[in-house]
Design a binder for this molecule. Structure first.
Ligand code: NDP
Ligand code: ZN
Length: 164
């Protein structure tokens, strides 16, 4: 019901806000990190016309395991296995070096589930808009361009098996 959807979305926002409470974005204003997952979810609802509540929940939670002390068990217990599965698909293996993680995102993209692709692409779109708005401190124009190039590769790899 509409009540349950509202409850579960607010529960996700609250969970993510607590988990990310000490984190900031890399922009010069050091925007609170929570602005990012909320913005990614908004891209999916407003621009992607996504109506699947599990996908919106996964968008709100997408950086909790990768960037905070959150386990997949916690996500599964609180939000169920469907949401947890999508978050798993969009979470990098933190034991690997950054460059390898970026390479693996492209390698894994074609076979990812539609929900994971939507979250990943909205995530990249948000970050590209952020970089265009203002680059993080210490980022050269070349580094920003490199991120755009990598994001384009990820987009093309994602399109390989799913028409989006
Ligand atoms: P990243 O390229 O991983 O940093 C971008 C990530 O930071 C985004 O994916 C996003 O991830 C997050 N983020 C936080 N705030 C912002 C913001 N305001 N705008 C955009 N993204 C933001 O950089 P790392 O510091 O992790 O460096 C690793 C990689 O960078 C290496 O693989 C290397 O190739 C490259 N590099 C290039 C250099 C160069 O000069 N060309 C120099 C050094 C590294 P999320 O969605 O998870 O928040
Ligand atoms: Zn993200």
């Amino acid at each position: 019901s509409a009540d349950d959807i509202l409850r579960v979305i607010i529960k996700c926002i609250n969970f993510a806000a607590i988990k990310h409470k000490n984190q900031r974005r890399k922009d010069p204003e050091q925007t609170p990190y929570i602005n990012h997952p909320i913005g990614v979810a908004k891209i999916l609802t407003e621009e992607g016309n996504v109506q699947d509540v599990n996908i919106i929940q996964a968008a709100l939670l997408h950086d909790t395991v990768e960037d905070t002390e959150t386990s997949f068990e916690e996500i599964e217990d609180e939000f169920g296995s469907t949401v947890c599965q999508i978050v798993k698909e969009v979470t990098d293996d933190k034991t690997l070096p950054k460059a390898e993680r970026k390479r693996l995102q492209i390698e894994h993209a074609p076979a990812s589930s539609p929900g994971a692709k939507l979250v990943k692409l909205a995530d990249k779109l948000y970050n590209l808009r952020d970089l265009e708005r203002v680059p993080p401190q210490g980022w050269s124009a070349e580094r920003v361009q490199e991120y755009f190039n990598w994001a384009q590769k990820l987009l093309m790899a994602s399109e390989a098996q799913t028409k989006i």
